[in-house]
Design a protein around this ligand. Structure first.
Ligand code: SF4
Length: 171
């Protein structure tokens, strides 16, 4: 059966969370948002606003859902503090490229890792297209579940905004 993006559109952050932690994705999908309290998220926002100011960029809001930075008409850009979550960051950007591609807009992707002062270029391949379709199907399924995925401790849990939610013990 042909994949129909209209049935699976989500915010880019959900794709990111899908690759970080399925439980985090579920919590966010249910409207349980604690990210605004996270210093890391605040820092991320500031970095995004202040970095690479010299570059010509245009912020575009697509379908009231995806806020994308377009650079020099050729690239879509994501700014990240560090490359600790490379796979998640990459797939979020690939999702943007995929989404634009479905609208007939061909772009390449560029991730700027601010801490390492490093850039990575990404192109949308057929393999990536299939991978993102599978991820979008899974995201829908996880988001519709009544209960969150089982708690599994991950190396980055202590840095997660949901840490207390997941690990708080009664005293
Ligand atoms: S604290 Fe760990 S298990 Fe809980 S949502 Fe965050 S990453 Fe996932």
């Amino acid at each position: 059966m042909e994949f129909n993006l209209d049935n699976f559109k989500v915010q880019g952050v959900k794709v990111n969370y899908y690759y970080i932690c399925k439980r985090k994705l579920w919590l966010y999908s249910k409207g349980i948002t604690m990210e605004q309290n996270s210093d890391r998220v605040m820092i991320g926002k500031l970095v995004h606003e202040n970095s690479y100011k010299r570059l010509k960029k245009k912020e575009v809001l697509i379908d009231d859902m995806l806020k994308i930075d377009i650079l020099d008409n050729d690239y879509v850009r994501e700014v990240k503090i560090s490359s600790k979550m490379t796979k998640a960051d990459k797939m979020q950007l690939i999702y943007y490229l995929y989404y634009l591609d479905s609208l007939g807009i061909k772009k390449k992707g560029q991730i700027n890792y601010v801490k390492e002062r490093r850039q990575e270029e990404i192109e949308l391949t057929n393999e990536y297209k299939r991978e993102i379709e599978k991820a979008l199907i899974d995201i829908k399924e996880i988001s519709q579940k009544k209960k969150p995925p089982e708690l599994v401790k991950l190396p980055y849990c202590t840095k997660c905004a949901y840490y207390e939610f997941c690990f708080a013990k009664e005293v």
